[in-house]
Design a protein around this ligand. Structure first.
Ligand SMILES: Cc1cc2nc3c(=O)[nH]c(=O)nc-3n(C[C@H](O)[C@H](O)[C@H](O)COP(=O)(O)O)c2cc1C
Length: 284
């Protein structure tokens, strides 16, 4: 029996995100247990950037509920991700969790390449902003194999299924989850399949999912992308992800070796500005 872990970005009980992941689960033919994480239920604090979680198996120094979520991640076989669009992006709980994912690096070999699908739910057609690439990034940073991602529309809780169209989307996402290959004929990054680009001028582009750069040119109705391979490869192969972990770990030694010089830089910025503190106290 497979474990399918669903990340739900909405705090609304029986909201559109919850309905969507349950509907996807109903269409998955492989026997599975659906594990549901409503991220707003968890106390997940901001990463402190100490890098301690990269080393050994002690985990994160913050004593909150992230370790519960990490245990669920480690035990999963596949992922469903559903978040409402809040102000043109995924709900902030999705990012708050992602910010803790240096803690995934000790487990790269275990986590690499698990299948996942994402669905972004927006209330107004066309108003989803960057939420789709946001959820694709969530899966990419989870070291997953993104099988498919979609945007669907529905505002009030339940509205996502007030017509038949989105049930069909759920069925498609379910079929993609354990499928061999990602089927998609829309213009996409040849390195990672991403479909969101930044235009850098003079025909140059950068893929917002894997960070590869390249060029794009029109050939009739078609867009032809030529991307540099090997740039930012930590999102493309397990070997490169493992190498990235070594680089990250090496940053600690680099910091220890260079901290005297770095302190000379930071020391020049101790003064300046007035910190606004919670509770109303201000300190210059
Ligand atoms: C704070 C907030 C911000 C929202 N911002 C957007 C938005 O920028 N674009 C949009 O299309 N819908 C927006 N919506 C609508 C939600 O994406 C939509 O209602 C969605 O179905 C909520 O999912 P849920 O039922 O699972 O909570 C917003 C809703 C809320 C509560």
């Amino acid at each position: 029996m497979k474990r399918v872990l669903a990340f739900i970005g909405s705090p609304r009980s029986l909201g559109n995100c919850e309905l969507m992941v349950k509907e996807i689960s109903r269409h998955i033919v492989e026997p599975h247990e659906l594990r549901l994480l409503r991220l707003s239920d968890f106390d997940i604090r901001p990463c402190r950037g100490c890098y301690a979680c990269l080393f050994g198996d002690k985990g994160c120094v913050l004593k909150d509920e992230f370790s519960l979520v990490l245990d669920e991640i480690l035990a999963a076989d596949a992922y469903l991700v559903a978040s409402p669009t809040y102000f043109l992006g995924p709900a902030s709980v999705m990012k708050r969790l992602t910010d803790r994912w240096l803690a995934l690096y000790p487990h790269v070999e275990k986590l690499w390449g698990r299948p996942g699908v994402a669905v972004s739910i927006a209330g107004i057609e066309g108003n989803e902003g960057y939420s789709q690439v946001g959820l694709e990034s969530f899966l990419k940073l989870l070291l997953a194999d993104i099988k498919a991602s979609r945007v669907v529309y529905g505002a009030l809780p339940g509205e996502v299924f007030s017509g038949p169209g989105n049930r069909a989307v759920a069925a498609e996402l379910a079929a993609s989850l354990f499928a061999e290959r990602r089927e998609d004929d829309s213009p996409s990054c040849p390195v990672c399949g991403g479909r969101t680009f930044r235009f850098l001028g003079a025909g140059k582009v950068r893929c917002m999912l894997c960070s590869s750069s390249g060029t794009v040119a029109a050939d009739g109705d078609e867009l032809l992308f030529h991307m540099r391979t090997g740039e930012h490869a930590m999102f493309v192969s397990l070997e490169a992800a493992v190498e990235h972990r070594s680089w990250l770990r090496g940053m600690k030694e680099k910091f220890l070796a260079e901290r005297t010089q770095l302190k000379q830089i930071t020391g020049g910025y101790v003064e300046g500005g007035t910190w606004v503190k919670p509770g109303g106290d201000s300190h210059g």
